[in-house]
Design a protein around this ligand. Structure first.
Ligand code: GDP
Ligand code: MG
Length: 467
């Protein structure tokens, strides 16, 4: 049961905090500027993908508008460049037959490749040819769009919302602080904050603005203290399901507004890190229930908490049994096989899937090891180096969540999970538009609303035309 909203308050660390409901999305977050000289990870065995796997532009988002804007810039550039090309008395390199004729690009006899188009690229009445860089007459400058996108993203910043779920004391707050190398989540046992462990699953979101090398990220950490802490944990996932759906609903309402914001505040949970206690046994009923209920609405990344308490054999066996239990119960965790976009991505994701759940160790302390400062946990028998892949799999998790798949987590949330929610919500029998704050069908504003609905992906538009 969710406790009544307690509103926003500041803790002694000055963090902006909010309990459900999250009415303060627009509240200015705290700013954390990370030191650029962060300790590099010792090893990173998972093959790392490019930082951004895909560059999705979300409808109504600045990124999407940016791309249109970029397109305009490209058109302007062409208008300047093309006359110059036409005035040019020579043809492309190796071609001595006079000025370049763009129409020749359409003909295979002219030495330009015409490749069959994937079904999604061309409509029946529109042919498209593929012109590779080697076939271009000269440098066009298309690649400059990447710089433009980078510049826009750096200016606008981006949002990332991460949820941590697991029993109290499993090291959720410590791990989030380790991930972002800052105090973005307060520890429940800290003497500074006499935080009582609540009697119910209370959902608690804290936002921070983190800036590193000019890139701004609004990070929201959604904590769920109290999850699984009771003798009777029946339905303890329900408040979490409600929270996730509430964020989708909030986004949907904003998206459907006729006068919608240029940039819709995104409070949707992009990733849920689920903490398994290091029992060395199997998945418990509560773990299975949670992942079954949440797996279809949010990207779940399971981790074995406090992995320093397991021997290497225990860790391996536990991981193996967890994967067996997941498979036996038909539970798919992130990254799901069916969302792999191409063979290259499948290879990368397979290596991640073989390693899941990551056995992690968290800390907020630095220690001297061989003259270097390392993040670690000091024990009587030595220092467990958190970022050393020979000691634990924290670096795998950090690489997945931040360095290789952050954008993909956002894309999966927007394109698949939110889309499923959106289609279901809008397709509900006798959907009551007034309930969504929309005009009734037949009213003058109705058609305007329909065009707003159709500003999503093409697939969705087709789905919505059946409404
Ligand atoms: P939370 O209640 O899940 O947020 O847990 P906290 O982050 O507040 O951590 C609870 C206690 O566990 C603290 O004393 C931490 O120092 C400790 N702790 C956190 N991570 C680890 C870990 O990876 N290994 C071990 N052995 N202890 C940890
Ligand atoms: Mg905590």
């Amino acid at each position: 049961m969710i406790q009544p909203p307690e509103g926003q308050h500041k803790d002694s660390a000055g963090d902006l905090e909010r309990d459900v409901p999250m009415e303060d999305t627009d509240a200015p977050p705290t700013t954390v500027t990370t030191a650029s000289s962060t300790t590099p990870s010792t090893t990173t065995p998972i093959p790392t993908a490019p930082t951004t796997k895909s560059n999705h532009s979300e409808p109504g988002y600045e990124d999407g508008q940016d791309q249109n804007h970029c397109g305009d810039q490209q058109r302007e550039q062409r208008e300047v460049i093309m006359p110059a090309l036409n005035d040019h008395s020579e043809g492309p390199p190796g071609d001595s037959e006079g000025p370049w004729d763009s129409s020749r690009a359409q003909h295979p006899e002219n030495g330009v490749h015409l490749e069959p188009q994937p079904a999604h690229c061309s409509s029946p009445d529109q042919d498209m040819s593929y012109i590779s860089g080697a076939d271009l007459f000269g440098y066009v400058g298309i690649e400059a769009v990447l710089d433009q996108m980078r510049h826009k993203t750096m200016k606008a910043g981006f949002e990332f919302n991460i949820m941590v779920v697991g029993q109290s004391g499993l090291g959720k707050s410590t791990l989030v602080n380790t991930l972002f190398k800052s105090r973005v989540s307060r520890k429940s046992c800290s003497s500074l904050h006499q935080e009582r462990i609540p009697k119910t699953v209370r959902i608690h979101a804290v936002s921070h603005m983190i800036e590193e090398k000019g890139v701004k990220m609004k990070l929201t950490v959604v904590d769920t203290p109290g999850f699984g802490d009771h003798i009777n944990n029946n339905n303890c996932w329900e408040p979490i399901v409600s929270y996730v759906n509430e964020q989708y609903e909030k986004y949907l309402r904003e998206e459907l507004n006729v006068m919608r914001k240029r940039r819709i505040p995104d409070t949707r949970v992009h990733c849920c890190v689920y903490f398994l206690p290091p029992t060395g046994h199997r998945l418990r009923a509560i773990d299975l229930e949670f992942m079954k209920h949440l797996g279809s609405i949010v990207s779940i990344v399971p981790v074995i908490a406090k992995a320093d308490t397991l021997t290497l054999e225990e860790r391996l066996d536990f991981k193996h049994r967890i994967r067996q239990d997941l498979a036996a119960n038909g539970i798919q965790v992130y990254p799901q096989k069916q969302y792999d976009e191409d063979p290259e991505e499948s290879i990368l994701n397979n290596s991640i899937r073989e390693c899941i759940p990551f056995a992690v160790v968290g800390t907020d302390r630095e220690h001297q090891v061989n003259g270097n400062k390392v993040l670690g946990r000091k024990t009587k028998w030595g220092i467990i180096e958190v970022e050393n892949a020979a000691h634990c799999e924290f670096s795998h998790l950090r690489d997945l969540l931040i360095r290789s798949h952050l954008q993909d987590l956002k894309d999966v949330t927007h394109n698949i999970l939110y889309e499923t929610y959106r289609v279901r919500r809008l397709n509900q029998a006798n959907v009551d538009f007034s309930e969504l704050g929309l005009p009734p069908s037949g009213s003058p504003l109705y058609s305007s609303m329909c065009s707003t609905l159709c500003s999503g992906t093409q697939d969705t538009c087709e789905g919505e035309s059946q409404l």
